[in-house]
Design a protein around this ligand. Sequence first.
Ligand code: SF4
Length: 104
Amino acid sequence: MKKKIKRLATSLLPVAPNRVGDCNRCGECCKLPYPCPFLRYDAEGLSMCAIYNFRPPSCRKYPRTAEENLTPQVCGFSFVPTSQVVEVGPPETLDPLVPSEQSA
Ligand code: SF4
C-alpha cells in the first residue's frame, strides 16, 4: 500500500526516459495491491480497463520509473541503463495542408 501511495504522489512527474517496451496487457499492475474494480479481461484473457480513457495518471504512466516497477517479472516495460538512452528532439512540425514531400 505504501508503494501505491508513492506512485500516486509521483504520478504527475514524467515517465523516465530510459523506459523501453510496451504493455503486454498482463493486468498485473491493475492488481496492486488489490484488483481494480475497473479491471476486465477480453475473450483472449488480455486485460482491459473499463475506464481506459479516464484512467488516473498512476495507471497511465505505470511503470513510471524502474524503482516504481512492482511487476518486473511480467511487465512488458523495462528500463535500460541511462547511458543507453538516445536523446531525440521534438518531431518535425509538418504543415497538415502541404503534402509531406513539399513541407520539408
Ligand atoms: S504490468 Fe506492465 S505489461 Fe502488465 S498491464 Fe501493467 S503496464 Fe502492462
